[in-house]
Design a protein around this ligand. Structure first.
Ligand code: HAM
Length: 422
C-alpha cells in the first residue's frame, strides 16, 4: 500500500526541533507579558464571512488562499488564515470593551493559507501576534512596533529593518487611488496578470507586487503620504517622532501596502536580509475600521503578526539556537527482574522530586543501556545489578567525567536531589 504522507506545505515538528519552538514561545510570552498583553485563544476555524468581510473580498487571501469547507449543516467555515479578524470578533462577541477600555491581547497560533510552498512560505504556518485594541493615538502604533522589536532582541536578533508607511484612511485614499490609477493606466499592458486585475479592484496593491515588470511600472508613482489628509498626516508624523524618541531606525517605504484590506494609516513590516524572497518577519499596522466592518462599534486598533518558521530560519542561520535539546538528569540501568522492579519504584521517587528520569524498556545489556544513556546525553546513570541489590546500594556514575560511587538505597533520592540542586 502507498504510504500516506503529510500534506504539501505542512511540517512535522519533531523532538530536537520542538525544543526550539518551546524556547521561542517562552521568550514571546515573557516579552508580551512585560508589555501587559494577555493571551487570547480563538478557534482554529471560523465562519467564512469573518474573513471575507474582515480581510477584504478581493484580497489574494480571500480569493485564492483560504481553506474553506462546508460543514454537515451546509454552513461555510474557513481555517483561519490570520489572527486579527478572529481576535476582533471575539472582542466584540464577548463584550470585552466593557471589561477594560483598552485591551492588549496576544496569540500564538497556527494559520492556514493555500499558497505555493517555498522556503519560508507554508500552507500551515505559525504566528505570534499582538493586538492593542481601543487606542486611537500614535502611542499605540509605536508600542506594537517596540513590542515586536523587543521580542526579536530577546532571542538575540539584531539584524532587521523596520519599514514604515501610512496607507491613509477612507477619506484620503479615494483621492490617492484616482491619482495612482491615472499614473498606472498607460502602463497597464506591462503589468502581470494579477496586477491587471488589481488595477480595477485595488490599484494600491500593485505597488508592492514583487514581479519585475510591475516594480518598474510603479517607479516614480505618486506616494500615499503626499495625499494624506491633515489628521492622517499628523498621526504619521507623531508615529515617526515617537520612533525617533525611542531611537528606532526605520525606512519610509511608500510602496508598503500590505495584503489585507483592513489597514488604515500606519502600516509596517520588519524584514530580515537573511531570508530569501519571503523576507518579511513581521507585518502589522492600524485597522480602525475592522470592528465596524464586523458589525461592532468603531474601535481604533493596531497590531502585528510575525511568522515563527521564518524567525526560526533566521535564528538558525545566525547560530542563535544552540543547545536547546532537553537532556535527562538520570538514566536508571537495571539488570535482572528484581532490579527492574526496584528501578521502577526509584524512577517514580526521583521524578516526584522533579528530576528528569528515563530507563530501559527492552531488557538490554549493561553496555546497551549505557550507550542509550550516552546517546540521550543523560547527566548521571544509576546502575543496579544483582550484587547491588544484595548490598542495598546503587552505583551512581557521572557520565561527564565517569566518576562513580556506591550510594545506599535509603539516601539515593536525597543524594540525587542535592546533586541537581547545585
Ligand atoms: P501578514 O503580513 O499576512 O499579516 O502575516 C504576518 C507574518 O506572518 C508575515 O510577515 C510572515 O512572517 C508570516 N507569514 C504569512 N504567511 C506565511 C506563510 N504562508 N508561511 C510562513 N509564514 C507566513 C497578518 O497576518 C496580519 N494579521 C498582521 C496584523 C495583526 N495586522 C494587524 N494585526
Amino acid at each position: 500500500m502507498d504510504k500516506i504522507r503529510k500534506v504539501k506545505g505542512t511540517q512535522d515538528i519533531l523532538p530536537g526541533e520542538s525544543e526550539k519552538w518551546l524556547y521561542l514561545e517562552g521568550k514571546v510570552r515573557a516579552v508580551m507579558q512585560a508589555y501587559g498583553y494577555r493571551e487570547i485563544r480563538t478557534p482554529v476555524f471560523e465562519s467564512t464571512a469573518l474573513f471575507s468581510r474582515g480581510i477584504g473580498q478581493l484580497t489574494d487571501i480571500v480569493t485564492k488562499e483560504m481553506y474553506t469547507f462546508e460543514d454537515r449543516g451546509g454552513k461555510s467555515n474557513t481555517l483561519k488564515p490570520e489572527g486579527t479578524a478572529p481576535v476582533i470578533r471575539a472582542y466584540l462577541e464577548n463584550g470585552m470593551a466593557n471589561l477594560r477600555p483598552v485591551q492588549k491581547l496576544y496569540y500564538i497560533s497556527p494559520m492556514f493559507r493555500q499558497e505555493n510552498p517555498q522556503a519560508g512560505r507554508f500552507r500551515q504556518f505559525h504566528q505570534f501576534g499582538a493586538e492593542l485594541i481601543g487606542v486611537p493615538g500614535p502611542l499605540a502604533d509605536v508600542e506594537t512596533i517596540l513590542l515586536a522589536l523587543d521580542i526579536y532582541k530577546s532571542v538575540g536578533l539584531s539584524s532587521f529593518k523596520v519599514k514604515l508607511n501610512s496607507v491613509g484612511d477612507q477619506n484620503c485614499r479615494a483621492k490617492y487611488k484616482q491619482v495612482l490609477s491615472s499614473f498606472l493606466e498607460p502602463k497597464l499592458a506591462a503589468l502581470c496578470k494579477s496586477c491587471q486585475t488589481r488595477f480595477a479592484s485595488n490599484p494600491m496593491r500593485i505597488l508592492d507586487c514583487k514581479k519585475p515588470p510591475c516594480q518598474s511600472a510603479v517607479e516614480g508613482a505618486p506616494k500615499m503620504i503626499d495625499y494624506l489628509d491633515e489628521a492622517s498626516a499628523t498621526h504619521f508624523k507623531e508615529v515617526c517622532d515617537l520612533l525617533d524618541l525611542h531611537e528606532i531606525s526605520y525606512e519610509l517605504d511608500s510602496n508598503l501596502v500590505r495584503g489585507l484590506d483592513y489597514y488604515t494609516r500606519t502600516a509596517y513590516e520588519i524584514i530580515s536580509d537573511d531570508l530569501g524572497s519571503q523576507n518579511a518577519l513581521c507585518g502589522g499596522g492600524r485597522y480602525d475600521l475592522l470592528a465596524e466592518e464586523l458589525g461592532g462599534r468603531t474601535t481604533p486598533s493596531v497590531g502585528f503578526a510575525a511568522g515563527i518558521e521564518r524567525l526560526l530560519m533566521v535564528l538558525a542561520s545566525q547560530d542563535l539556537l544552540q543547545d536547546l535539546a532537553s537532556r535527562n538528569d538520570v538514566f536508571i540501568v537495571a539488570l535482572g527482574e528484581e532490579a527492574v522492579r526496584h528501578g521502577q519504584r526509584l524512577s517514580r521517587s526521583l521524578r516526584q522530586v522533579g528530576l528528569k528520569v528515563d530507563l530501559d524498556f527492552l531488557g538490554r545489556s549493561l553496555k546497551a543501556q549505557l550507550k542509550e544513556a550516552n546517546r540521550t546525553q543523560t547527566k548521571y546513570v544509576i546502575i543496579i545489578g544483582e550484587s547491588e541489590l544484595e548490598k542495598r546500594v546503587a552505583i551512581l556514575r557521572n557520565l561527564n567525567d565517569s566518576e562513580q560511587r556506591e550510594v545506599a538505597f535509603d539516601v539515593l533520592v536525597d543524594t540525587c536531589t542535592s546533586i541537581f540542586q547545585d
